[in-house]
Design a protein around this ligand. Structure first.
Ligand code: HSE
Length: 306
């Protein structure tokens, strides 16, 4: 069997709605091989669909069909470390794992660019799928099904305090609360900040991050769906956050922190929140992932090119 490792991703980074995304150092693992039937299982306690609706299988099958190859079945084993329906790119990780695995099993007929396009079209937007494939920070736009995605390096010393609540929020619900139209003032507000975010993260200009996470497209509407958001956000800034934002469609909240503040932040954040009546949140301190999805042949620690 081959093993595919795919990173979690944090989309939007506040102001870059459907455009910016960052790969983080938390990974799903998927083992995959061709089979004469569909055999899907979970390597951990996380329940996953074991029928043809499984997103890894859906993505793999689509790639086989695109390449004109019949797929009689697949054996898939999943280890899910990325929390589902949380704004950490779990569905993109499944799509990317299925496509990258299928592409490898077929001898890599699709180029990395073709994988980026196919994955974004299946997900509907590129801001999680592109960094899940490429690693690092990606800036993406879609134009008539084509994806233009540029990868930017990010300082690997930055840390991301990832607050994951015990409740889920489906992306469809989090998109359904957004307005259909915005004023020019709001559009300019976001355009300038999302460009600032890409530039600031790639150049390590940490003082700009607090303004760069600000947004008028989605966060003011989604924050109302996340009990405790205001207290959590204020607490994170008290503890030295450089910029705090709703990850993807939420409900996960991410605080960007300087490496020297990470230990104290981790020790104090949940305690302070508890004292302020905000409970039920987990906290992980993550770094960036520079690689994106990787394929490992069985029992090898060395990845192959996609
Ligand atoms: N950009 C997407 C959104 C990410 O905010 O709805 C969630 O998949």
């Amino acid at each position: 069997m081959i093993r595919i490792q795919v990173p979690a991703t944090s989309a939007n980074l506040g102001s870059g709605f459907d455009a910016l995304g960052l790969a983080l150092s938390l990974y799903n693992q998927v083992w995959m091989e061709e089979s004469d039937r569909l055999d899907i299982s979970s390597a951990d306690h996380v329940a996953v669909p074991t029928d043809a609706s499984n997103l890894i299988y859906v993505a793999a099958k689509q790639l086989y069909e695109m390449c004109g190859k019949p797929l009689s079945g697949l054996k898939i084993i999943q280890e899910n470390n990325i929390p589902m329906a949380s704004g950490m790119g779990s569905s993109s990780a499944c799509i990317v794992a299925g496509m990258v695995g299928a592409n490898h099993l077929l001898g890599s007929p699709l180029s990395p660019q073709e994988l980026i396009e196919m994955a974004a079209n299946l997900e509907g937007h590129p801001d999680n799928t592109s960094p899940a494939l490429s690693g690092g920070l990606t800036v993406s736009a879609m134009d008539e099904g084509k994806v233009y995605s540029v990868r930017l390096p990010v300082a690997d010393t930055l840390r991301f305090a990832v607050f994951v609540p015990s409740f889920e929020l489906k992306t469809e619900e989090a998109r359904s609360v957004l307005p259909h139209q915005y004023s020019r003032t709001d559009v300019v507000y976001n355009l300038s900040r999302s460009a600032l975010m890409a530039a600031a993260l790639s150049q390590g200009d940490l003082k700009s991050l607090r303004v760069a996470v600000q947004d008028r497209i989605h966060q003011p509407y989604r924050a109302k769906l996340i009990p405790g958001f205001d207290v959590l956000s204020a607490t994170s800034y008290e503890l030295g956050s450089l910029g705090t934002y709703i990850s993807g469609a939420g409900p996960t909240i991410v605080a960007i922190i300087a490496p020297q503040d990470a230990k104290a932040f981790e020790e104090q954040a949940l305690l302070l929140l508890k004292n302020r009546g905000v409970t039920g949140w987990g906290l992980k301190i993550l770094g960036t992932d520079p690689y994106g999805a990787r394929v490992f042949p069985e029992s090898s620690e060395h990845s192959l090119n996609l």
